[in-house]
Every structure is written in structure tokens, then in C-alpha cells.
Design a protein around this ligand. Sequence first.
Ligand SMILES: [Zn+2]
Ligand SMILES: [Zn+2]
Length: 306
Amino acid sequence: MIWQNLHSHTFYDDGQCTADMMVQGAIEAGLDSVGICCHSPITRQDTTWCIKPKDINDFKHEVYMVREKYKQHIDVYCGVELDLMTDEKFDLFGFEYVIGAVHFLPLPDGTEEHLKNETIDRIPTESGGVGIMYREVDFSREKLKYYVDYGYEFDAAAAAELYYSQYLKLAKNPNVDIVAHYDLITKFDEPVDRRKQDPEPIFDIEDKAYLEAAFEGMRALVKSEKIFEINTGAVSRGYRDSFYPAERLLREIKNMGGRITLGADAHRPEHAGFMLEEAAEYAVKCGFEEVWVLEKGKFVPVPIRE
Ligand SMILES: [Zn+2]
Ligand SMILES: [Zn+2]
């Protein structure tokens, strides 16, 4: 087995450490290789968790420096977590891999009448129309529930449908290698988080309409040969008991002939290799025999048990 985590963040976005500290964390975790990535800039909307365009060169430089510094101990790669909201002209030069992500839910016209506590920032459409408002699905349970209730008239399956439909667009981006946390909209639905607030999950993940929406996005992503990430990040940060994607979805990804990789979505050095062994066991449980890792600029399959 080759232990690799390509999904880790630094102070350049919402991470809690330098690239150097993250690489040290990866060495301590016994990883063979680690990828340091940054959240791509989103200039159309205010965000606090993305890298600033002016910092991108410094970020790449810093990652290349630590790669050199630790080359006797571990392989280091430089990547980007590319949100679908990032400008399509964003320059990917110098990034060795791309993790595609959908962090936003589009909200229909009229939602703003209900969102009294929120600043409205409709994004103009290319034709100059009124545009669609987007909101982060992973900020807080309260906010996400608010968007579902007022944007989608309490119809969570309808919200899920719009969320997952965005992956059809992500599938068309030839630069994307990996799909991050596919069912991120369920972040706040597990008991570990619900105990604190509301006993009911927002989404019914066994609901037929929910599953069909999720499956449709998966089909497009599998067809365009994207690699799905088993993401342990919400567990390390105490939001969930289980990894993304949910078992029902992961088994279906396997049925569809999809490929997987393991990712810690680490924001602290001590999470650099968080529960990757358990993630590999979870993959085996769902029928997978191999994970895909980046080696010398190419994704290659590695048997989970040798
Ligand atoms: Zn993400
Ligand atoms: Zn991330």
C-alpha cells in the first residue's frame, strides 16, 4: 500500500499551519507522499476561506521549497482545490493536480426576501441578467437549513437536486482529477453534530429523489473518469462519524465502475493522515480493491491489500 493524502490546507486559505508544518505532520503520520493544496480564489463573491490571487505565487514557491527540504523523507506535491465558482480562466500553471469541489448551493429567485440577516450579493449572469445567488453549504447547519427551507420551500430533495446537478458541469472540466467530498451537503446530518442542535437530519439520504439526484452527478463524473475522494475531514473536525461519500453512494460508484482515492482534507498537521487506514477499510467494505495515487505526475492504481 502507498499512503498518500493529496488534500491538505495551509494558512494561505483556511488551514491552520504552514506547508512545512503540514509536511512534518505527514511524515509523523507515516505517509509516503502528501499534497499541499489551496482553495482556488473566488472573486465573484466574498469568501474568507480561499487563497488571495496575490498570494498564489508565494504559495507555490513555499510548497516547492518544502518539497526540496524534505525530499529524503517524503514526496510532496503542489495542488489546488478548484471550486466550481472559480473563474474559468483561473491559471492552473504550476499545480500538479486538481481536486474539483462544489461548496455552494444555488438559491432561486425570491429567496432573498426571506434572508433578512444576510447581505445579498447576486452574481450577474453573463448576459447581464439578475443572476443567481449562491451560498456555502458547509458553513453551519443553521444556515444550510435556512437556505433549504426558504430557497426550496422546505423541499430538501429539490435542494439536493440543484446541488448535485452542479457536478455535471464539474465533470466537463478536463483539468479536474479528483472530486472532493461528493455529498458535502450532508455535513451536518450525522448524529455527532445533530446531538448538539436539531435531532432531524436535513436530507433523507434514502429518499428516491435524493438518491437519483446524487446518482446522476456520479454517472457524469464516472463517465468523465474523475476519481472520487473518500474524505475523512469532517470526522477529524468533529462534524461527522463517517466519511464522504456515504456508503450507499460509494457502493454505487463502485457499481458504476468509478475510481477512488483517499483524502484527509487536513487543516492541521496532526490530521495530515487522519484515519486513512479506516478509509481504506471502508473502501474494501464497499467493494474496492485499489485506490488511485499520484506518482510522477500520473494517477496510478495501488492494490489496497498486497
Ligand atoms: Zn472542500
Ligand atoms: Zn479542502
